[in-house]
Ligand binder design. Structure first.
Ligand SMILES: [Zn+2]
Length: 427
């Protein structure tokens, strides 16, 4: 048996040999990453995945991801590796035998590392994970990537730039709102632009539409849209193909609190785009902060906008089994996401983009209402956001509300979003 795993971190290689020695006594040619506490780094990975590969004649793959929904993605990679052994009379496993497989494994392990970091930021409680601190944590993600410009728009900047919808929510809290901007410009002057947006509500009390405690207890997770979206952006920036594109991230961060500064139901706010919005429900705040962020990035003339958000309780009801819900205005990408999310084990349901759906966002006092009085569907949130999407931009919106009601966010959709953006870049 020949084993070479120079592709992995040292601690992991060390642990691997230990496991291998133990396993070898009972089973034939089995290769194991297993749970353990050898080091933080190993724990980081082992918390995410356990792979068992056997290259006996009838190959057996045992694979378990203790804390993630992405087992299918990994399984596909492992299957690909095994395919290379099908015609190999020698039943040894050479993990580093083929450069492309080596890259695949490295890729998936890298992604899991990113997901782990995203989850570490996600669990920060709201009294610590204020908008300022989350901005710092997200900035850290981009450390070491050359040519990245990081700007934090403070509350004062938001006011100056008329990002009034973000302020209408964030003004309610002691911890001021902000928006983190990450820009990486291509050297090619005619490069297309991809924008990543994410909802970063560090705590959602519901504002003056205060939530009952059962719905409020996990609301520190209402910021994961920003965290996941920034994570996807980081992974994309590591892909050499991204250098042909301008990659922009805008992550609005705010706390939705209850105070005498909180926006009242019925208040009318002039959004960054100039459209007026009647805020009938301050608990539908995610679409407000996203709308201003989307409007803000329209100056970059985006060809693709990806937004990620824990947006609507209704997406949980429709999906029933804690999976994501997405809207895509481009048919080819819409079909790609359907297929790819299934392959990745990240089940998603597409929202309709039928033209005959009536405009239900009307208000007697403003251009739009943030929540129609009668219709609270998850789809309505995407209709609202659509009002701010620049013409001709491809747009994909991911509603990850199910991640909030889980005890611990799983990093759901990150792999599919990364795959989708990579696919889009190829076209
Ligand atoms: Zn809310």
């Amino acid at each position: 048996m020949h084993i070479k795993c120079d592709n992995f971190p040292n601690s992991l290689t060390h642990k691997f040999s230990l496991e291998y020695q133990t396993q070898q006594q009972n089973t034939n040619n089995i290769f194991v990453f297993h749970k353990g506490n050898v080091s933080d780094e190993l724990h980081l990975l082992s918390n995410m995945l356990t792979i068992i590969i056997s290259s006996t004649d009838k190959a057996i793959i045992g694979l378990e991801l203790s804390d993630s929904l992405c087992e299918k993605h990994l399984r596909n990679i492992v299957l690909n590796i095994l395919k290379s052994f099908k015609n190999d009379k020698n039943s040894n496993i050479y993990i580093s035998v083929n450069k492309s497989y080596k890259e695949d494994l490295k890729y998936i392990i890298d992604i899991f590392k990113h997901i782990y970091i995203a989850r570490k930021i996600a669990i920060l409680p709201a009294n610590i994970g204020t908008p300022d601190l989350i901005a710092k944590e997200l900035k850290e993600l981009f450390k070491g990537i050359k040519g990245v410009k990081k700007t934090y728009l403070t509350h004062k900047d938001l006011v100056k730039k008329k990002l009034n919808l973000i302020c209408s929510i964030g003004d309610s809290a002691k911890n001021p709102p902000g928006m983190l901007l990450i820009e990486k410009k291509s050297k090619n002057p005619s490069a297309k632009t991809i924008c990543f947006i994410g909802k970063g509500i560090t705590f959602d009390s519901g504002g003056l539409s205060i939530k009952p405690i059962k719905s409020m207890m996990d609301m520190k997770y209402d910021k994961i849209g920003a965290i996941y979206s920034a994570t996807c952006m980081k992974i994309i920036l590591e892909d050499p193909l991204s250098s042909s594109y301008n990659i922009i991230g805008a992550f609005p961060l705010a706390e939705n609190a209850v105070s005498d500064k909180a926006v009242r139901p019925g208040d009318v706010i002039v959004s960054h785009s100039g459209k007026t919005v009647e805020i009938t429900d301050p608990d539908a705040e995610g679409r407000l902060v996203l709308a201003d962020a989307i409007s803000y990035v329209s100056k970059y003339k985006p060809s693709l906008i990806i937004d990620m958000a824990t947006l609507t309780g209704h997406s949980e009801i429709i999906n029933c089994f804690h999976k994501a819900y997405y809207y895509c205005n481009e048919d080819k990408m819409r079909r790609y996401i359907e297929k790819q999310s299934y392959n990745n084990g990240e089940r998603m349901i597409a929202m309709p983009n039928w033209e005959e759906i009536p405009n239900v966002l009307t208000s007697p006092v403003a251009d739009l209402t943030n929540l129609p009085r009668k219709c609270r569907d998850a789809y309505i949130a995407s209709l609202f956001l659509k009002e701010f999407i620049p013409e001709n931009a491809d747009w994909i919106h991911f509603d990850l509300a199910h991640e909030v009601i889980d005890e611990m966010p799983k990093g759901h959709s990150i792999i599919t979003v990364v795959d989708t953006v990579k696919e889009w870049m190829k076209k």
